[in-house]
Design a protein around this ligand. Structure first.
Ligand SMILES: [Fe+2]
Length: 354
């Protein structure tokens, strides 16, 4: 990994970067100033430095103490623009309107509260022993955001607005570059010609839905599952990574992996489970314990992530999310956005209950 020579670098302009040595990837960015306007100015002035640090730590950066954005949501969009050419307009995505921010079209709301009712994963049985599971399959929902479209988005920014108690509702990240590098070379070579078929979780094509015999939704052309390489080359760092998703966000009708037997118990399903177990091994996983005002910036091109259980009966977890896109790599060069309808139909037509 490219890296600055020191563990910690302090800049004159009141920024401090700290690498996460323990996880082996990721880092923290802190500002001396608590004033949002000043922070934005420093961010803009040192955008190249911040980006080079971001990529040197494999695309995982926590910026501390940005609570002030809660009163100025447009600032989140402005910060997002530093990380790529286009910030997603959520009104154009395969996402229900109840998740949209009321006034800023680039912000998605993730919460268990009304009207989103976005519930955490079920309480893991193992938690009775006071240990939150971190690895697949005990920890479920590992994914990269919106992998069911081409080109998939580059980077996700998550702002902590309201949080459950510590040790609940963490966000876990897995370093899929390190995971790929440690695969057996013959296994790695065999993956290079394969593609995963990624699908939204709510269209009846997940492993669970297919195993239960649910009828998949009829889809319009712009809603169809999409094929993605299992091995992706990062357009900035040129590093190769595993690019996979958990069983909720893959297509078990036609996949989950091209060229291998389909279905919940087919060869493709077995290979995917093997890769998920490998990618989420303890040595590849970083656990983010949220603090109010944390802005977590994660690269979807080379990291998997998931949220852990929290007690949704007792507390609220509220996150604001933006997504940055426009630099997916050569694999997608010149492609039109698959999720934008070309026949004049509504984006979410037939998916209204998602
Ligand atoms: Fe996500």
């Amino acid at each position: 990994m490219n890296s600055p020579d020191t563990d910690e670098t302090r800049f004159h302009d009141g920024m401090r970067f700290t690498r996460n040595r323990e996880a082996g990837f990721g880092g923290v960015l802190e500002f001396e100033s608590g004033d949002l306007d000043e922070i934005l100015q420093v961010f803009r002035r040192h955008a190249d430095t911040i980006l080079s640090f971001f990529y040197a730590v494999r695309g995982l950066l926590v910026v501390k103490r940005l609570q002030a954005i809660c009163d100025e949501p447009q600032a989140l969009v402005e910060l997002s623009r530093i990380f790529g050419p286009e910030v997603e307009d959520y009104h154009q995505t395969l996402t229900s309107a109840r998740f949209f921010h009321e006034s800023v079209k680039e912000i998605l709301i993730l919460t268990n509260a009304e009207p989103c009712n976005h519930l955490p994963p079920p309480k893991p049985a193992i938690l009775e022993a006071k240990v939150m599971p971190m690895q697949f399959p005990e920890q479920i929902n590992w994914h990269t955001d919106q992998s069911y479209r081409r080109p998939p988005p580059d980077i996700t920014l998550l702002l902590a607005v309201e949080l459950p108690p510590r040790n609940q509702g963490q966000t876990l990240f897995a370093d899929c570059t390190a995971a790929l590098a440690t695969l057996d070379p013959a296994r790695k070579l065999a993956l290079e010609d394969l593609r995963g078929i990624h699908a939204p979780s709510w269209i009846g094509r997940s492993r669970e839905a297919v195993a239960k015999g649910e009828q998949p939704l009829d889809l319009l052309p712009h809603q169809l599952p999409q094929r993605q390489p299992l091995v992706r080359r990062h357009p900035v760092t040129a590093e190769e990574s595993l690019y996979i998703c958990e069983e909720k966000q893959m297509d078990y009708v036609d996949g989950p992996i091209t060229g291998l037997a389909t279905g919940p118990d087919g060869e493709g399903a077995r290979l995917l489970r093997e890769l998920l177990r490998h990618a989420t091994r303890k040595e590849f996983v970083y656990v983010h314990e949220w603090e109010p005002g944390d802005l977590l910036i994660g690269d979807n091109r080379n990291l998997l992530h998931c949220a852990t259980w929290y007690d949704a009966e007792q507390c609220t977890r509220l996150m604001w999310r933006t997504t940055v896109m426009g630099n997916p790599g050569d694999e997608y060069a010149g492609e039109a956005k698959t999720w934008i309808p070309r026949d004049g139909s509504e984006v979410m037509a037939g998916m209204d209950n998602a």
